[in-house]
Design a protein around this ligand. Structure first.
Ligand SMILES: Cc1cc2nc3c(=O)[nH]c(=O)nc-3n(C[C@H](O)[C@H](O)[C@H](O)COP(=O)(O)OP(=O)(O)OC[C@H]3O[C@@H](n4cnc5c(N)ncnc54)[C@H](O)[C@@H]3O)c2cc1C
Length: 519
């Protein structure tokens, strides 16, 4: 999967693709896998790195969405629970069971949330991950010893799943290649080609240089998340915007703030939202907020009031109050919410997905969530095949094992999240002259992950490696800056880059990561 070879192939050997998919997040990658696995000639173009947008900034839950149940959106919950089950089956190396505790501080909360969660269990049916149960105060504290005990009445335990979002994105990219498709990062779509008023391809710019060229396709699919309207307006400058971007922020704390394997789920915060505190890679992710914003950006930044909100709520539920200095990382993502009928309240806008076909034939897929990417993709390719005038073919992704599929991974294995690729990483590690030591005492990664990321996962920059191939930026932003230089050196060896490149990379990464911690 060498990017340089792919770019040469795209420019020297032009062909008419069945589908060109714009956007390399969950939606675009899922759609590309859907198309390629049906045997269509498929090309995916991402302007920055895969999962650079929202898809590396989620709460990392594969869930039905208890919240949507409260909103009465049963069909959405049903669909998501089914997809949760399929994803656990098709990517067991990345998607794990996660128990959640709803702590009850008022007498009515136990029966109230207990009934709701029993309905949630029922909806999951055979794909359920375990029944919800009431817990006494003592049992609740056994699960989460640092839960605030004052006035605690008891709790409810229920089950959902958790994953590593950008690692799954990388596995989708690899699955795309396994299925005969192509994906390329740092390739921006700058315009649409038209023939007889119908979209017939895209204009692109290679962001690793300034090279511009054109690519033809039978159908072009816009899967650009928060940037959906930009592409739609390339087609029709007067197209009204459909995305109401809303920002969600998380803070990351050391695992000692909430030891044990269970997560906390707070069904209703002061402003009526759901809040999670979830163990992830020996840290705790606390989130999220929901703040409408004007313009989407690839690097959204948390606002002070969002950080204060998360710190205050974490302090309310945990015995040890986190201070700003305890925040190992803070990250923000943008929900690509689709507005219907002028509704501007982001908490009530549909989290369901929207599929649009413009008169020009441009296909747009937006909204939804990570958990439901496969179903979104299936719906999209069903429609897009008709737009493209291609023969219709059955979807196979319900039973398609994703790249890296491995049933029994060992939690203690340093390369656990790589599934079946772990063997290849071990081989790289065993060839390391110093025994492949950890790059930083506070981070679990070694040179092997860096080398593998460049050779097999199309990592092009230090940020690609530290933010998305490994999760260093989210696990400890300060520590990640300290390893930027050794990572740049390892990458430079692989990519044949010079000292100037190393210096530029370290500078660019340091500037970026400085925005991920407080103070
Ligand atoms: C705070 C937060 C928490 C969430 N938590 C969860 C969760 O726990 N579980 C869950 O299931 N879902 C969750 N979601 C929802 C989920 O993360 C999103 O629905 C999903 O990631 C959206 O993916 P996407 O591919 O549509 O968008 P994105 O991931 O943003 O991808 C769009 C891509 O398009 C690219 N692009 C844009 N313009 C161009 C162009 N001109 N040329 C080429 N490429 C372009 C961008 O660079 C970007 O990479 C959460 C969302 C947020 C905001």
């Amino acid at each position: 999967m060498k990017r340089d070879d792919i770019v040469t192939e795209l420019t020297d050997d032009p062909q008419i693709w069945d589908f060109i998919i714009i956007g390399g997040g969950a939606t675009g990658l899922g759609t590309a896998v859907e198309a390629a696995s049906r045997g269509y000639r498929t090309l995916l173009l991402e302007q920055h790195d895969f999962a650079k947008g929202t898809s590396s900034r989620s709460t990392k839950l594969v869930h039905g969405g208890v919240r949507y149940l409260r909103q009465g959106n049963v069909s959405l919950v049903l669909e998501a629970l089914r997809e949760r089950g399929l994803l656990r089956r098709n990517a067991p190396h990345l998607v794990k069971n996660q128990s959640f505790i709803v702590p009850n501080y008022d007498w009515w909360e136990g029966p109230f949330y207990g009934i709701g969660l029993k309905i949630y269990d029922k909806l999951a049916g055979d794909l359920g991950l375990g029944p919800s149960e009431h817990l006494s105060k003592e049992e609740t504290l056994e699960h989460i010893p640092t839960l605030e005990p004052d006035d605690l009445d008891g709790g409810i335990i229920y089950h959902d799943a958790q994953f590593d979002d950008s690692r799954l994105a990388v596995n989708l990219l690899q699955t795309l290649f396994d299925e005969g498709g192509i994906g390329v990062n740092y390739m921006e779509v700058t315009g649409l080609l038209k023939a007889n008023k119908l979209v017939s391809g895209v204009k692109v710019e290679d962001r690793e240089g300034t090279h511009r060229f054109e690519l033809q396709a039978r159908a072009v699919i816009n899967a650009t998340g928060a940037f959906t309207d930009t592409i739609r307006q390339m087609d029709n400058p007067d197209a009204p915007g459909i995305i109401r971007p809303s920002q969600g922020v998380h803070i990351v704390l050391d695992g000692s703030f909430q030891p044990g394997e269970s997560a906390i789920m707070v069904p209703k915060t002061d402003d009526g939202r759901v809040l999670f505190a979830v163990p992830w890679h020996n840290r705790i992710i606390v989130g999220t907020t929901d703040t409408p914003i004007d313009e989407p950006s690839l690097e959204p930044r948390a606002r002070q009031e969002e950080i204060d909100f998360l710190l205050t709520h974490a302090a309310r539920y945990l015995t040890k109050d986190p201070e700003p200095d305890d925040v190992l990382s803070v990250f923000a993502g943008i929900r690509p919410l689709v507005a219907r009928g002028g509704n501007d309240d982001t908490a009530s806008i549909s989290r369901d997905h929207t599929l649009l076909i413009d008169p020009s034939g441009l296909v747009t897929i937006a909204g939804g969530k990570w958990t439901t990417y496969r179903k979104m993709a299936e719906d999209t390719i069903d429609e897009a095949a008709v737009v493209a005038g291609l023969d219709e073919r059955e979807s196979v992704t319900e039973n398609l094992r994703l790249h890296g599929w491995l049933k029994n991974t060992e939690a203690a294995d340093p390369f656990e999240g790589y599934g079946s690729d772990a063997l290849a990483l071990k081989k790289i590690a065993s060839g390391h002259p110093d025994g492949n030591p950890k790059l930083h005492p506070h981070l679990p990664y070694t040179a092997a992950e860096v080398i593998w990321a460049v050779r097999s996962e199309m990592a092009r920059t230090v940020e690609d490696v530290l933010a998305r191939r490994t999760r260093s930026l989210l696990l400890d932003a300060r520590a990640s800056i300290e390893i930027a230089e050794p990572v740049a050196r390892l990458m430079a060896d692989e990519l044949e880059r010079d000292q100037r490149w190393i210096e530029q990379q370290v500078k660019a990464y340091t500037e970026l990561a400085n925005g991920y911690f407080l103070g």
